[in-house]
Design a protein around this ligand. Structure first.
Ligand code: AMP
Length: 283
């Protein structure tokens, strides 16, 4: 496995291999877990050269405390990537990625006004900037993102469409712990009691799906699940919503057979967690 911390080093290496290889990119912020490794595994099935990036991108953090405490575990990450059969790791410094403070601002229209966009001002601008840089630096044919960050997937899809990046996007399913908690680098910061109660987040989504599929009005399904989540006393819920899967517009009435997303964000102890499920409305 080749590891680079400069764009020049990365590009010199890729230039030698580009003609004969299909390049797959897996962008990450490190502190890797099985969710990230599933993206690498998926990339390995479709691409002959898999590049993973590790960069805790400051421009996508709206909360300085979150950025400061974001786990950084480069040595362990490299060992996991090597074992997963990743071919190239790009782990640049902040100065390498942002030689000058960026002036460009990306706006994703109404998609950005909702959910993560509404609660994390500037977050998707930062995501758009760093993903654009990585796409230019690596020039992959395929790029891999996780459904765990559904709104991010949609934002990146918009970016690729509007800026005509010549690549395909893949959305990979959310990998969960045995108790249902979606894997996240931030889970490491949960205390023991918080970790015990954390699966409620996923369960609240399941409750919404179950009630909605049994014919309960969406508003009622959401209110009951939210109350149940808050009952634990551990979560401070930012949003729990049912939305369409294209623009994440809030939905109050379901149409049978259509696919919807239910999405949640909540503070649990020191960390803010997000999760979502896709489901089909019953008849
Ligand atoms: P992050 O390091 O959190 O920026 O995540 C890097 C990529 O891994 C993003 O595309 C995430 O959506 C994806 N990812 C994070 N957690 C999971 C998970 N539990 N299952 C699948 N993909 C994930």
């Amino acid at each position: 496995m080749q590891v680079f911390d400069t764009v020049t080093g990365l590009q010199t290496y890729l230039a030698l291999h580009r003609a004969s290889q299909t390049i797959g990119l897996v962008p990450t912020m490190g502190a890797l877990h099985a969710g990230h490794l599933a993206l690498v595994a998926q990339a390995r099935t479709e691409c002959s050269l898999v590049v993973a990036s590790i960069f805790v991108n400051p421009t996508q953090f709206n909360n300085p405390d979150d950025l400061k405490h974001y786990p950084r575990t480069l040595e362990a990450d490299l060992a996991l990537l090597e074992a997963a059969g990743c071919h190239v790791v790009f782990a640049p410094t902040e100065a390498e990625m942002y030689a000058c403070p960026p002036v460009l601002r990306l706006s994703f229209g109404e998609l950005e006004q909702r959910l993560e966009g509404a609660h994390r001002p500037g977050h998707f601008n930062g995501v758009g900037l760093v993903v654009s840089k990585l796409f230019h630096q690596v020039q992959p044919q395929v790029a891999y993102f996780g459904q765990k960050d559904l709104q991010q997937c949609l934002v990146v899809q918009q970016l690729v469409q509007d800026l005509a990046f010549p690549l395909q996007l893949r959305r990979c399913p959310t990998v969960r712990e045995a108790d249902g908690l979606a894997m996240s680098s931030r889970n490491r910061r949960l205390g023991e009691a918080e970790r015990q109660v954390a699966p409620r987040l996923h369960q609240s989504l399941q409750r919404v799906v179950q009630s909605a599929q049994q014919g309960a009005p969406v508003a009622q399904a959401l209110a009951q699940a939210r109350a149940w989540l808050e009952q634990s006393g551990a979560f401070s819920v930012e949003y729990l919503e049912v939305a369409d899967t294209e623009q994440l517009r809030p939905v109050t009435q379901l149409t049978a057979g259509q696919t919807y997303a239910v999405l949640v964000a909540a503070q649990l102890g020191p960390v803010r967690l997000i999760d979502n499920l896709l489901f089909q409305a019953g008849a």
